[in-house]
Each structure stands twice: as structure tokens, then as C-alpha cells.
Design a protein around this ligand. Structure first.
Ligand SMILES: [Zn+2]
Length: 459
């Protein structure tokens, strides 16, 4: 069984190499034709962290005896299985800023509360950032997320926390930051070798007004030399930011990126609100990924994402969802972000369907992060990143059993608030609603203490 290694981590021991998930009541996934399907009465065979086969329940044969572990998903009222969700934009080390902004206080204006949060952020130590990131990742996991893009400037913190929590991470490190004046392309590049099975590398630019054309040329050279590395930028979030690019470069952000040769499937633009139709066409033509952040956009009064245009161009196949940080979102889940998106676009010419939202939560996110062939589906050949949800739950019940697709709408609109189990690369990270690897009780006590110390530091 799991043993305590130290205060925070427990080791992964006795993790089985072969697992049979028997009698999944429902599997919601995108199939090989990129259609969202709800499968009934299936079992899943997992070998070395990868889905090997989806089998009709009852036809498992010898596997029932030969596998290391049988997970009976048909017990306890049944289980809904979904791919683990993908969060394509977040700032995990900011987790300790919860309670500093208008999301917890009625008194401050948006600007006042953000100023307080930024002051506190500047005083954080490396240990604060480490435990903050651990708090962030584990909250996301408990809400069904298995893959995260982190946009920040503290690789020591994010990678330490990702390894403790066993989360799949694209760790994009800033070369032009708002909070870290020492950020540079060289420092970001120095982190490219510190990657593994779960962690991959990236570069971030806070906004286009913070970089010169020469620096963008250097980014392009580095990206050509490291074909696995992604670039992510806050882009088109606000009118002020677009004006900042015009002032710095004499051009709008997309034109600058286009001239630098950076529009490609390895570019991820977060927010993407203030783009013209021509700019959106150009992004789609070049397979650029975009991250839709409706809650953050509402809270910061950023504007309205043009979902319709992305849909008309290519069915919004490279539109993902993200949480942003705790100062821009309620809880750090992708489900409520999908619901927020549903509501935001409800009255537009192109309302977003539940199936499209489900893709944004899973395969689109994986695609945007360059993992579309291995992550984001429960399908043979894909990594076993699987969320196990209790079917007998108010987030699913009542649903129309004649039309089980109603489970997707129910899940997004009503709930699925807490996961029963969560698997990442075939490893159980959450079991019976508890994190297997992180002592959450200790972690929460520590986060509270660190938060108060931060408040004292700036008082
Ligand atoms: Zn952000």
C-alpha cells in the first residue's frame, strides 16, 4: 500500500501495469472520426499507461484473470468515464492570492483589488510558489483535469508541484514577464531539458508590447531548434493590449507574429477576444491554437470572444478552454468554464453545443497543446488519462436513458462536482475522492499559514 515518504508526498507503489475497467456504465469520448459518442456496456483494457482496447462487457475472456487489477465500474450505482480534461491556460503559482480580490471581497473595485493581489504576488518566495502550484494542481485534479498548461516564470515551483501531484504539464516559462523583470529567453531555454514522461516545455510572452522584433526573431530560431516546444501569449485580451502593440510595433499583434513567422500549430494564444475576422481566418489557416476564457473575460470586462467566426472557419477545432488564475475565476475547473461559455454564446448567431464544449474540454485542448494524437480521448492508443464520475449523482441524474447524450449537457450544466477516481497515464492519482499522492489536509493548513504570512509581509 501507499506509504508516507515525507509530509507531502506518498510514493506510487504497487501501481498495476495492466488494468481492466470492467462494465463502465457510460464512456463519453470523441472517437476516431472526431465525433462525440456515449458508449454503453464497454470495458477498457489498459496496458503500461495506454488504452489498449475497448471491449464489449462480457467479452473480456482471459483478461479478467490475467490483468494486475480489475476496476469494477458497474458497482455502486455505476460510473461515467470521461477523458481527463485539458486546461490550456493557467497560472498555478498564483493560487495563494485567493481571497485578495473582488472574488472574495465586496468592498474593492476591480482595479484596487488587482493592485493588492499584484503587491502580494511580488513578495512570494520560491516555497510559496511551490505550495501554491501544488494547491492549484490538486484542486484541478479533483475537478477532473489531467493536463495543464502553466503560463508563469518559476519552473522550479511548477515542475516540483507537478511531479508531486503527478499531473501532465506543459510548463511554459516567461521570456517577457509582467512580474519578473529578470525573465529572458535564455532562462526559458535553460528549462527545456528538464522534461519527462509527463512534463513538456514551453515559452511565454506576457503580451506583445513587452517584446521587440529582434526578440521575436530569437524566439523563432529557438523554436526551430527545439521542435517540441510551444509558445503561448496573452493576445487580443483587451483593447488596451492591442493598442500597446500598435504603439510598440506600429502593427496589431497578429501582424507582428505573422511577420516573425510565428503563426503555426505551436503557437497558443490565450483570450483571443479582440481580433478581426481576417485575423481569425489567418489564425485558423495557420493552425494556431486559441484558449477561450469566458469567466476571466467577464470578470475583467475584456469583451466577447467571437466563437461564431472560429466555428465557421473550421468548426472551432483548435479552440480550447482554460481557467486562468484564482484572481480571474471562481473554482479551477473546466466544467464550469464550459457552462460559462454556453451562457456567453447562447444568444449569438453561433451558440455553442454541448458536444462542441465537450471537445473543447478534452480533444481540442489536447490538440492545441500538441498532444492530439495521444491525449484527450478514451480510445485505443491514447494515454489512460481517465476521470471516473459517480453516475448516481445530481450532476448526472435524472437523464434521458433513451438519449444518453443528455449526460453531456447534464454534466456541463448541473455538475459533476467531485470526482470518484482519477487516472493519469494509468496511475491512480485520486482514489475514493482522496488524493493518493498528496496529503491534502497538511497542504491546506500550510497554504493557509503561508497566505497569512504573505498578508503580514505587505501590511
Ligand atoms: Zn492569463
Amino acid at each position: 500500500m501507499n506509504t508516507h515518504k515525507n509530509r507531502y508526498s506518498r510514493s506510487i507503489t504497487d501501481q498495476p501495469n495492466t488494468i481492466l475497467i470492467k462494465d463502465g456504465s457510460y464512456i463519453i469520448t470523441t472517437n476516431d472520426k472526431d465525433e462525440v459518442v456515449v458508449l454503453r456496456g464497454k470495458s477498457i483494457y489498459i496496458k503500461n499507461g495506454v488504452v489498449e482496447e475497448i471491449i464489449d462487457a462480457g467479452a473480456e475472456g482471459n483478461l479478467l484473470q490475467s490483468v494486475d487489477m480489475v476496476y469494477n465500474a458497474g458497482l455502486r450505482g455505476g460510473t461515467v468515464l470521461t477523458p481527463g480534461f485539458v486546461n490550456a491556460h493557467s497560472h498555478p503559482p498564483m493560487y495563494l492570492l485567493r481571497s485578495t480580490t473582488l472574488l472574495s471581497n465586496d468592498t474593492a473595485t476591480t482595479e484596487e483589488s488587482l493592485a493588492v493581489a499584484r503587491t502580494i504576488e511580488q513578495t512570494m518566495t520560491l516555497d510559496d510558489q511551490k505550495y501554491a502550484a501544488l494547491g492549484d494542481f490538486t484542486e484541478q485534479q479533483k475537478l477532473g483535469t489531467t493536463t495543464v498548461l502553466s503560463h508563469y516564470h518559476t519552473p522550479e515551483a511548477t515542475r516540483w508541484a507537478a511531479r508531486k501531484a503527478h499531473v501532465r504539464l506543459v510548463d511554459a516559462i516567461s521570456m517577457a514577464s509582467k512580474t519578473d523583470p529578470s525573465a529572458s529567453l535564455e532562462k526559458a531555454q535553460a528549462t527545456f531539458s528538464d522534461v519527462d514522461e509527463l512534463i513538456s516545455a514551453g515559452i511565454t510572452i506576457h503580451t506583445m508590447e513587452r517584446v521587440s522584433v529582434e526578440e521575436l526573431k530569437a524566439v523563432k530560431q529557438v523554436m526551430d531548434a527545439y521542435p517540441e516546444v510551444l509558445l503561448t501569449i496573452h493576445c487580443g485580451e483587451t483593447v488596451t493590449e492591442v493598442e500597446g502593440s500598435l504603439k510598440k510595433h506600429g502593427k496589431r499583434p497578429i501582424a507582428v507574429l505573422h511577420e516573425a513567422g510565428l503563426l503555426s500549430e505551436r503557437l497558443v494564444l490565450s483570450h483571443a477576444v479582440h481580433f478581426t475576422d481576417d485575423e481569425i481566418s489567418l489564425l485558423v489557416k495557420n493552425n494556431v491554437g486559441v484558449v477561450h476564457l469566458p469567466t476571466s473575460n467577464r470578470i475583467h470586462k475584456s469583451g466577447q470572444f467571437n466563437y461564431g467566426m472560429f466555428y465557421q472557419e473550421n468548426e472551432a477545432q483548435r479552440v480550447a478552454l482554460g481557467t486562468d488564475s484564482v484572481i480571474s475565476k471562481s473554482k479551477l475547473d473546466i466544467i464550469s468554464e464550459a457552462f460559462q461559455s454556453k451562457v456567453m454564446h447562447q444568444d449569438s448567431d453561433n451558440p455553442v453545443s454541448y458536444e462542441e464544449l465537450f471537445k473543447m474540454m478534452t480533444i481540442n485542448g489536447a490538440r492545441v497543446l500538441g498532444m492530439g494524437d495521444t491525449v484527450g480521448k478514451i480510445w485505443p492508443g491514447y494515454k489512460a488519462d481517465i476521470a471516473f464520475w459517480k453516475l448516481k449523482d445530481r450532476g448526472f441524474i435524472p437523464y434521458d436513458s433513451e438519449n444518453p447524450n443528455t449526460l453531456i449537457g447534464n454534466m456541463i450544466t448541473h455538475g459533476a462536482t467531485a470526482i470518484r477516481d482519477l487516472m493519469i497515464g494509468g496511475t491512480f492519482v485520486i482514489s475514493h475522492r482522496k488524493h493518493v499522492l498528496v496529503n491534502e489536509s497538511k497542504l491546506l493548513a500550510d497554504l493557509q499559514q503561508r497566505h497569512i504570512e504573505l498578508r503580514d509581509r505587505v501590511a
